[in-house]
Design a protein around this ligand. Sequence first.
Ligand SMILES: Cc1ncc(COP(=O)(O)O)c(C=O)c1O
Length: 345
Amino acid sequence: MIDLRSDTVTRPTEAMRAAIAFAPVGDDVYGDDPTVGLLEETVAALLGMDAAVYMPSGTMTNQLAVRAHTEPGDAVFVGPDAHIWLGEAGAPSPISGVVVRPLAGDRGVFTADALREASPSFDGYTPRSLSAPARLVCLENTHNGAGGSLWPLDGQREVLGAAQDLGLAAHLDGARLWHACAATGISEADYARGFDTVSVCFSKGLGAPIGSVLAGSADLITRARRFKQLYGGGFRQAGMMAAGALHALEHHRERLTEDHRRARELAEPLAEMPGVELDLEGVVTNIVRFRSTAMPAPELVQRCRERALALLSYNDRDLRAVTHLDFTDGELDQAITIFREVLTG
Ligand SMILES: Cc1ncc(COP(=O)(O)O)c(C=O)c1O
């Protein structure tokens, strides 16, 4: 099976398995695991943050960032189709008790004006008690739901400036920040500057089996550690997994441009095929989003699966194919042939 459902389907390489097997470990709940400690320090330094905490998943780092920044009843602004809002099992409501306020935008990106306009203004007559106090704004880079799109650095900085004026904290869902850096040459620290917290994942495209890090100020990370334990995220000899993440950081970041090239080389012929709507301008990293107009998307998924190509459909029309570490040039050619057979056969 050529699996393009997600970049999370990768399996650890032999070298990564060796790093995992021989990692020094300890009980992380007691703060004893040297490999977890090294990963946290490494990522904090890479992002230019004071402190960091390793957690089992990107959902946990994002949701506990929201929890750390807010109290129940607060409002949180997110971008269009944000993963934090739509892709994490509805967690902001039960975990943080917050009101999520999605902002309109284009390809996952919104403007400082959109944030200002959505923020309640107080003229001295309107009671402040009417609206949920806004505490946090969350950005996502690259943006999964918008097909791996990128936030321009200046647009991001304008939004961060507006957030500061409005007294909002800012969180970056950087599950695929590595992809943004590989695509633009901008460093992780430059993208992270101005955010209060940043979460990054090692299991999406980087090829590690598990894990995510939340980075931020020492106080916020201490608070997030409390919530990590509270929600059952305290894991013991987690250095086994952190070793995979360290290996991925060292060996698999630079090669992400190959995944971007393959996404492009898949998207270009696909865009020409009948029954496909695909905006090539939107293919800038490793996610290819497209619409099926000739047949329902689940049928296209089924027909491709019968030929050993796995994709993901979101609804009756929208699909995605995601390139990753385990997807080769040979498989790229095969995938294009399968699309051709299914769509033109
Ligand atoms: C942008 C983004 N944020 C967060 C997550 C959640 O990560 P996890 O699956 O590790 O919980 C994902 C998962 O695909 C994602 O795409």
